[in-house]
Design a protein around this ligand. Structure first.
Ligand SMILES: Nc1ncnc2c1ncn2[C@@H]1O[C@H](COP(=O)(O)OP(=O)(O)O)[C@@H](O)[C@H]1O
Ligand SMILES: [Mg+2]
Length: 230
């Protein structure tokens, strides 16, 4: 069967940070592609370049050299407005620290994603409730995030990332703040969503236990990306 086009593709991407005291090659000639319905784990220790790679994929920073293709087009082919729309409606982000807004309720946090994606309020509310229910936290929809446990916050962050129907989900250390079982439940949920909703899910982590949920594991070490045979 012919493979579809990659959702995200990096070609010979290098990122060099300049800092007083010297420069760091955070990513060295990395080439990578990921497809719909695929969960890819970027596995590497702290400082290996995982966050750098994810932020480049997200278009949050530019590589020093190399090409990045998002949904088949180079980043620079998109206008900044276009990129903003794509980020809002086709991409979902999950951060280790969740990045929830503490002054608004759980459901409003989730609905905000849909607002940015241009979904009308009534439909947004319906979808937000549907996803909170899928993540088994519907009963918490009206509370403020500060009152939640780490595991519950993570579920809100996952609902927020998935609710727009995003085709590309980028998760940076999504299990980092969680107990093992909670962490693996979240990865299992992402894995199922990847398969049943044809999403491309990219998870960066130092946690090898995630490997068993991944279709493919790429190893990062000192900015060098490999398929495990390093
Ligand atoms: N903004 C920055 N300026 C300078 N160096 C950075 C910056 N961000 C990351 N680095 C360095 O780049 C390397 C990779 O960092 P990072 O991508 O955050 O790795 P990881 O997410 O795997 O821990 C590290 O050596 C880190 O210190
Ligand atoms: Mg990191």
């Amino acid at each position: 069967m012919e493979k579809t086009n990659p959702i995200i593709k990096l070609k010979d991407v290098t990122k060099i940070y300049q800092r007083s005291g010297g420069e760091t090659i955070a990513l060295h000639n990395a080439s990578f592609e990921a497809f719909a319905s695929e969960l890819v784990l970027l596995l590497g220790p702290s400082g290996s370049g995982k966050t750098t790679m994810l932020t480049i994929m997200a278009g949050l920073q530019r590589p020093t050299s190399g090409d990045v293709f998002l949904f088949g087009r180079q980043f620079y082919e998109y206008s900044s407005k276009n990129l903003q729309q794509i980020r809002a409606s086709k991409m979902g982000f999950i951060f280790q620290t969740f990045c929830l807004l503490d002054s608004i309720s759980v459901i409003d946090n989730v609905m905000l994603s849909l607002k940015f994606a241009g979904i009308p309020k009534d439909l947004a509310r319906q979808k937000a409730i549907e996803f909170l229910d899928r993540l088994e936290i519907k009963h918490l929809m009206n509370v403020l995030p500060v009152t939640l446990s780490q595991g519950e916050k993570q579920r809100v962050a996952v609902a927020r990332a998935l609710v727009t129907g995003a085709e590309l989900i980028i998760a940076d250390e999504p299990t980092g703040s969680l107990a093992t079982q909670q962490g693996m439940q979240i990865v299992d949920f992402l894995n199922r969503s990847c398969k049943t909703e044809s999403r491309c899910v990219i998870i960066a982590s130092h946690d090898e236990r995630i490997s068993k949920y991944a279709d493919r594991v790429m190893h990062l070490r000192d900015g060098i990306l490999g398929n495990g045979n390093l």
